[in-house]
Design a protein around this ligand. Structure first.
Ligand code: SAH
Length: 251
């Protein structure tokens, strides 16, 4: 009998942000194929006997090709094993889940999706910004700045506007180029921006700026998200006491 593949969201970092279902399935897994972003604390929740493989990419170079990931999922499930394909955040947000589900369907392998807290929501919670504060924003846009993305800034014109909160995943480090690309959509140079690094982990950092000054922003440790729009100016400057306490306790 064929096993089953679970495409599971590991959330933005803090293991407490895993869903109860993700936690249970992770404990039941025979095999865990995980992305680079998944922390060792979360992997530590799997059974000691579970076979754990990192299939993530490093420094932009894919350590394991997408085709190889598909064939490993199929091979393990073909042996009747329970496979967890563990991804940072939510598996359906910039996570190549579309291709993986297609491959699983092709192989006739049963699969299930377990949602996770996407990075934008972890970052918003850390900065205490309401992404859709109705006084400031009437739409919420998730974009990827990945260099492999086929879309260009011409496409961004249709979705970026002054009444939007725009969250850019994988912003890279060329902030000058990125700011120019965003300004080309017509956004004012004074538009508030917020860089959030390692949200919900003990290394989390925030930097508030504007589109004009984005190029001077610090290059934080990856993963980093960029939030653009009026709500970014409302980011909390208070210390996140709960996060500090967690960091002190070593988690
Ligand atoms: N599926 C994931 C996104 C994968 S793309 C999700 O739903 O969150 C990877 C990008 O997500 C990173 O380059 C970064 O932009 C963002 N990201 C993931 N975790 C993050 C975190 N803890 N803090 C800030 N950005 C994060």
């Amino acid at each position: 009998m064929k096993g089953k593949v679970y495409l599971v969201g590991a959330g933005p970092g803090d293991p407490e942000l895993l869903t109860m279902r993700a936690h249970r399935i992770l404990r039941e897994a025979d095999v865990v194929l995980h992305d680079e972003l998944v922390s060792s604390e979360i992997l530590g929740l799997a059974r000691p006997s579970a076979h754990i493989q990192n299939v993530g990419k490093r420094c932009g170079r894919r350590a394991t090709s997408q085709e190889e990931i598909h064939s490993r999922m199929a091979a393990f499930a073909g042996k009747g094993l329970t496979v967890v394909r563990l991804k940072g955040g939510d598996p359906l947000v910039f996570g190549r889940a579309g291709e993986e589900m297609e491959a699983l369907r092709r192989e006739g392998i049963e699969f299930e999706i377990v949602p996770g807290v996407t990075a934008a929501l972890g970052a918003a919670a850390l900065a205490r910004i309401s992404l859709t504060d109705r006084r400031l924003a009437s739409k919420l846009v998730f974009l990827s700045n990945h260099r492999c993305a086929e879309k260009t800034s011409a496409d961004w014109k249709h979705v970026i506007s002054s009444d939007a909160t725009v969250v850019i995943y994988m912003p890279g480090t060329d902030y000058d180029g990125l700011a120019a690309r965003i300004r080309a959509t017509g956004l004012d140079s004074e538009t508030p921006c917020l860089l959030v690094s390692c949200a919900t982990s003990s290394q989390q950092q925030i930097h508030q700026t504007t589109l004009e000054h984005l190029r001077k922003a610090p290059r934080f440790t990856s993963p980093v998200l960029l939030v653009i729009g009026a709500v970014a100016a409302t980011a909390s400057r208070e210390k996140d006491e709960a996060a500090l306490e967690r960091a002190e306790n070593g988690r």
